[in-house]
Ligand binder design. Structure first.
Ligand code: NAG
Ligand code: CU
Length: 334
């Protein structure tokens, strides 16, 4: 299985915070480099897309519904766990592991490369023309097609996922054409399509400069640029039907994984800035919405479980803190 358990013994004996990481790194001599979509070769992009399409045609592992594919399993698992994986410290490690599980599924479909990221910071001045939306060497563009009823606006009209029909809306059954509904921005703020003004280099530099705690950084990233990209791709005119990147079934849109690899990369960059951040993890669990006002859940710990239900084995937060450990063994370009 992907995740093995580590011993803390070396760290205890040596008394150095980094020795746990050094021990775990022994099994990772040549970390794989995750590329930016726009920097990858056309062959690499096409190989990724082939495997991503393959996932949308493979049988479900969860077996929840006869129409479900392996891709639907990712959306369902994410939607099912919504409350347990967002708006608290666990957001970053859970999504890091989720991208790993997807990367493994790509490789099971014959792909030889790694997960790739959409560097939306670099494209923030003109996100609508980013390479990721190319109809041949990308994921296809905006929606606006016909046939969807219910929650989702018009389906996408081009690209390799044009005929993909995700099964879920949140955890509810609503099979529909994969939908994007790009925000038109806010002209009053001189905002660009896809909310480009909310993830500029300057804004992201401020997020990365968050130094007070891990959880303060997590909140700045999750509630800021991360959320703006989800909404920018799918909130449409903000009045009515939406695209797939808005509800909790957002992994329906294969671009989700490039978005979250970029989120993961920003966390990695933040971790790289100071060695003590490799295992920096703090904050509190969420309590259900009906909990008494002002109460917070127990503190998070590195031993907290990252649940994947029936999609993949559970992992621990500690298993995914260091991308240079033997389980993950990847890096991003500096
Ligand atoms: C399952 O697929 C069939 C055939 O495309 C379709 O008619 C049916 O509505 C789908 N079921 C659900 C729950 O979406
Ligand atoms: Cu999520």
């Amino acid at each position: 299985m992907l995740f093995i358990k580590f011993t803390f013994l070396a760290a205890v004996v040596a008394g150095l915070p980094s020795s746990t990481n050094l021990a775990a790194r022994q099994g990772c001599t040549s970390p794989r480099l995750r590329k930016s979509w726009s920097q990858a070769t056309v062959e690499e992009r096409l190989a990724y897309l082939d495997a991503a399409v393959c996932i949308t045609k493979k049988p479900s592992r969860l077996g929840m519904h006869p129409n479900a594919t392996l891709h639907d399993d990712f959306a369902y698992t994410h939607a099912m766990l919504d409350f347990d994986i967002h708006q608290f410290a666990g957001f970053l490690p859970w999504h890091r592991y989720f991208v790993m599980v997807y990367e493994k599924a790509l490789q099971d479909c014959g792909y030889k490369g790694t997960a790739m990221y959409w560097d939306w910071v670099a494209d923030s001045n003109d996100p609508a023309n980013a390479a990721v939306w190319d109809p041949v060497t990308g994921f296809g563009g905006n929606g606006g097609g016909t046939g969807n009823t219910g929650n989702f606006a018009g389906p996408i009209k081009d690209g390799p996922f044009k005929d993909f029909r995700p099964l879920y809306s949140g955890t509810a059954l609503e099979q529909h054409g994969l939908c994007r509904a790009w925000s038109q921005g806010n002209p009053a703020n001189d905002d660009k399509d896809l909310f480009g003004h909310r993830y500029t280099p300057q804004i992201v530099a401020e997020v990365l400069a968050t130094d007070s705690s891990y959880d303060a950084f997590r909140e700045a990233l999750e509630g800021g640029p991360h959320q703006a990209v989800h909404f920018g791709i799918a909130i449409g005119n903000g009045r009515g039907r939406i695209g797939d990147m808005v509800p909790s079934s957002s992994p329906n849109d294969p671009i989700f994984f490039l978005h979250h690899t970029q989120v993961d990369r920003l966390w990695w960059i933040w971790q790289q800035a100071d060695e003590s951040r490799t295992n920096a993890y703090d904050g509190f669990h969420r309590l259900p919405p009906n909990a008494p006002e002002g109460e917070q859940g127990p503190p998070v710990t590195l031993n907290d479980i990252l649940a994947m239900r029936d999609l993949a084995p559970d992992a621990k937060v500690l298993d995914v803190m260091d991308t240079r450990n033997a389980n993950l063994c990847y890096e991003y370009p500096i």
